[in-house]
Design a protein around this ligand. Structure first.
Ligand code: B1M
Length: 213
């Protein structure tokens, strides 16, 4: 059934994806398994086809919307806040970038792990990140970017946090397909996650580290 789900996601068949996701959950398949074994591989194929010119924006959009629907179905099953009270994470996709599936997934898993998540959405400007840090005093601010052209906004936001005198009081995490550990290090970020699970592990480690500092 998982292979069928992958194929339905690639085809952007929202009704079938919804039915199969529900059926797998009802059969006792863990939400993370549905995500890791069926949905994420489906988005990988969509990405590869987009790159090779085999499929175009309307088809990608259809799969992306279908993926978001499946994530909404999985959300209540992605962890039950086992470490509730871990602190607040302000999360957003940087300016000029509207990719949000991965960022939303990171947000859901952070919530599931016990963080309070303030999701600023997509196209978040440097100033909006700074204002959100002032308003919510989060433990972590997380930036996501999927386009190489929008990566520079991460550095701009870090610089703006420094300028506003906020850099010392918040940990900065970055992620998204073009982001690497080397890029995060060069940027001076405190954390990076190659995927949502790794992002949650890193976020937990950062707050644990801050608590003992
Ligand atoms: Co776009 N797109 N897209 N796209 N799109 C990519 C990113 C691309 C790699 C496709 C390709 O060419 N193969 C390419 C970027 C090339 C580059 O810059 N190097 C690209 C392009 C070029 C574009 C447009 C410019 C196309 C155009 O208009 N000509 C355009 C740009 C629009 C804009 O942003 N201004 C565009 C538009 C779109 C759609 C609207 C059609 C749609 C987005 C819908 C949406 O997000 N609501 C879309 C999609 C779906 C993709 C691909 C196919 C899939 C992205 C995705 O959702 N992956 C993507 C190809 C790819 O990445 N392989 C592509 C699934 C998701 C779960 O993974 O987002 O990587 P990901 O998130 C992961 C990790 O990265 C990590 O955890 C997540 C979960 O494991 N992570 C973090 C993410 N954020 C994190 C933050 C963290 C930590 C970890 O800490 C804070």
């Amino acid at each position: 059934m998982k292979e069928q789900l992958t194929q339905a996601l690639i085809a952007g068949n929202a009704d079938l994806v919804n039915a199969l996701t529900q059926a797998l959950l009802a059969a006792g398949t863990p939400a993370r398994e549905i995500l890791d074994d069926a949905l994420l591989p489906g988005m990988e194929v969509v990405g590869a086809r987009m790159r090779s010119g085999e499929c175009f924006i309307p088809e990608v959009l259809l799969s992306a919307r279908t993926m978001q629907g499946a994530l909404d179905t999985l959300k209540p099953h992605l962890g039950e806040g086992e470490g509730a009270g871990l602190g607040t994470v302000v999360l957003g996709t940087v300016e000029g970038d509207l990719h949000d599936i991965g960022k939303n997934l990171v947000g859901m898993l952070l919530q599931g792990a016990g963080f309070e998540v303030v999701n600023l959405g997509t196209g978040v400007t440097t100033q909006q990140f700074v204002e959100a840090v002032k308003e919510h005093a989060p433990a972590i601010v997380g930036m996501s970017a999927l386009l190489t052209t929008t990566l520079p906004h991460m550095a701009e936001t870090l610089a703006a946090l420094k300028e506003a005198g906020l850099r010392e009081q918040v940990k900065v995490m970055v992620g998204g397909a073009p982001v690497t550990q080397a890029f995060a290090d060069e940027l001076g970020a405190d954390g990076y996650g190659a995927n949502a699970g790794m992002a949650v592990d890193r976020a937990k480690a950062l707050v644990a580290q801050a608590a003992t500092a």
